[in-house]
Design a protein around this ligand. Structure first.
Ligand SMILES: [Zn+2]
Length: 190
């Protein structure tokens, strides 16, 4: 494990720290908090309990994809047993090509999007989330992101590489309304 003050290099392959390490990193100012306050009543409309559980491996795969996509934005689709809005659990991440090849915007390659959504459908699963990265801005949806959002029942996961440590946040975008969902890093107890 890295020393507490060691910077994380761009090509780091370190696993996502356990949840308590995220909390420690946030407390020390090294990372933004991943678990967001639940005190916004309106946000309970996002997903049941306004809380989404993301397995560490999946979170790491999002961060890896964001880094692999540099200098451009990366994008992909997260499959789940149901859409996030219906309380689904994320099951897989498909990193897809950014057809825009731009550091400022993303366009999921249409052919890859079709192939993956068909595969998800064949597996009796659903589009749980839409992922993309922000290479130099916060992990918040841009006006363009809001305007182009087409999956009201999915969560929009954004990984920012703007800071020393990657930050992943989750958003519901429905009819132009943007609400954040709290991410808890962990796995469901089975
Ligand atoms: Zn964006």
């Amino acid at each position: 494990m890295d020393g507490a003050s060691a910077p994380v290099p761009d090509d780091a392959e370190a696993a996502v720290p356990p949840q308590q390490d995220w909390a420690a990193a946030a407390a020390s100012g090294r990372a933004q908090r991943l678990v967001v306050s639940k005190d916004e009543g309106a946000a309970t409309d996002v997903v049941p309990g306004n809380d989404v559980l993301i397995p560490p491996v999946l979170l790491q795969s999002l961060i890896d994809a964001a880094r692999a996509g540099l200098p451009d934005e990366a994008c992909g689709i997260v499959a789940g047993d149901r859409p996030a809005r219906e309380g689904g659990t994320p099951t897989a991440f498909y990193a897809l090509r950014n057809a825009a090849e731009s550091p400022y915007r993303y366009l999921v390659d249409p052919e890859e999007q079709l192939r993956v959504t068909l595969a998800i459908d064949d597996a009796d699963e659903a589009v749980w989330g839409i992922f993309h990265s922000h290479v130099a801005s916060a992990a918040e949806p841009s006006a363009t992101d809001v305007g182009l959002a087409q999956y009201p029942d999915a969560l929009y996961l954004i990984c920012s590489l703007a800071g020393d440590l990657p930050v992943v946040r989750a958003w519901s975008i429905r009819d132009g309304a943007v609400l954040e969902a709290a991410i808890t890093v962990g796995s469901e107890v089975t």
